[in-house]
Ligand binder design. Structure first.
Ligand SMILES: *Cc1c(COP(=O)(O)O)cnc(C)c1O
Length: 403
């Protein structure tokens, strides 16, 4: 018998943050108190009428929500099968879905009386979204970033500084994301009364995977209503790219109880050999990373493996606990697209529709293009998680202008 997902969002995760066998909270003793404070504040504040109304107003007047659902008729025609629709998160203010949870986290911080938002960033996308939220709420913002990433991601560093954030350069170890996470947590622990840590995806210890999912749920809720209104039906298939898993869970969470196929698309990079991809669910096995249990790409000692993807927003060795759970339940299916398929989809969407997607989002478009041919009829809804402005120089320098 099919599982009933009607009350799923209210009952999952459980009170300890478990999504089936995944999630939970594996943190050092000194973090237990601060995590509990955030959890309790979230449960109380996020259900208050004032909070809900203020967030709704921000989404409408500042972020530009609802973002449209768009029928990509020429892309569909080029593929020659099912009809492809795009949820345009690239039109959300700052150009990607990440602002959805950053505005939620920022508003929560304001209601909790915090003065400073602290986070790490890898490629800089989370840092930019959080710095935007901090500017909006008049809060201080401290972004921890590896020295290597600071050199690589110059435009995002400039954006964060313009938005008023302070960049803390992390110069130990490999000087990238992992060290930046540790550094951000240390800064937060030094002053948990005045500051709050804001995570960048549906990862980390409880309550973050739940909070970020709830803030991203607006994507799926809007898209489901819009799609019904446009076509009179639900999509036959919904899909999104999966890094940590926030844009995808935002979309998927609204369709769990519907008769739609749901597919998450992981980055296969240069191929399936270890170190060449970041397809955590496809090739990983359960393990613990950054305070939670999930499918994890790991070596024989259980240490996270090095990962790679052409899309820097997707190269994370773990994945959200909820995706790990939905994979085991069989409700969501996971597949992957490699760098080449991603680039082909990137150029195809530019040329057929006049939309330049983020390389992350192009992974989902690549899968949809392949699946549309296979399905022949029906409809697919893709979350276009972000716009590609940030990727232009990289793509053109390495691959030119496409065919
Ligand atoms: C960060 C990012 C992603 C990956 O993060 P998720 O948490 O998996 O959604 C996807 N698309 C864009 C545009 C991003 O910036």
């Amino acid at each position: 018998m099919k599982k009933d997902y009607r009350n799923y969002l209210q009952t999952t995760p459980d009170a300890e943050g478990n999504f089936g066998d995944y999630g939970g909270s594996f943190v050092p003793p000194e973090l237990i108190g601060p995590m509990k404070e955030i959890h309790e504040a979230y449960l109380k504040i996020s259900r208050s009428h004032r909070f809900i109304e203020e967030l709704r107003s921000i989404q409408k007047h500042y972020q530009g929500r609802p973002t449209p659902v768009y029928h990509a008729a020429r892309l569909s025609e080029k593929c020659g099968g099912a009809q492809i629709y795009l949820k345009r998160e690239d039109l959300n203010h700052t150009g990607a879905h990440k602002l959805n949870h950053c505005m939620g986290e920022g508003l929560l911080a304001k209601y909790m009386g915090k003065k400073k938002l602290i986070a790490e960033t890898g490629a800089g996308q989370h840092g930019v979204a959080l710095a935007t939220a901090a500017a909006y709420f008049g809060l201080e913002c401290e972004i921890h970033m590896g020295e290597v990433d600071i050199a690589k991601e110059h435009p995002n560093v400039v954006r964060m500084k313009l938005l008023g954030a302070e960049i803390v350069s992390v110069s130990h170890g490999l000087k990238t994301l992992k060290e930046a996470v540790d550094s951000a947590f240390q800064a937060y622990l030094a002053d948990p009364v005045n500051s709050i840590y804001c995570i960048g995806s549906v990862v980390g210890p409880h309550p973050f995977p739940m909070m970020v999912r709830d803030f991203q749920h607006v994507v799926g809720k809007e898209a489901r209503e819009q799609f019904l209104e446009m076509t009179g039906n639900l999509p036959d298939l919904v899909t999104a790219c999966v890094g940590g898993g926030s844009n995808s869970i935002g979309l998927f969470s609204a369709f769990l109880n519907d008769p739609c196929e749901i597919w998450g698309v992981e980055p296969l990079g240069r191929g399936p050999e270890p170190g060449n991809h970041a397809a955590s669910i496809t090739y990983g096995k359960p393990g613990i990373l950054h305070g939670f249990r999930c499918y994890l790409l790991q070596d024989e000692n259980g240490d996270p493996s090095p990962v790679y993807s052409i899309a820097s927003g997707l190269d994370y060795p773990g994945v959200g606990p909820e995706h790990s759970h939905l994979k085991d339940e069989g409700r969501v299916q996971y597949t992957s697209a490699d760098d080449k398929e991603c680039l082909d989809a990137f150029f195809a969407l530019c040329r057929t529709e006049g939309i330049i997607p983020a390389l992350e989002s192009a992974h989902a478009v690549a899968f949809a293009m392949k699946k549309a041919v296979e399905m022949k009829h029906g409809t697919l809804l893709v979350n276009l998680s972000g716009r590609g402005d940030k990727d232009l120089d990289f793509v053109v320098d390495h691959y030119g202008y496409g065919k």
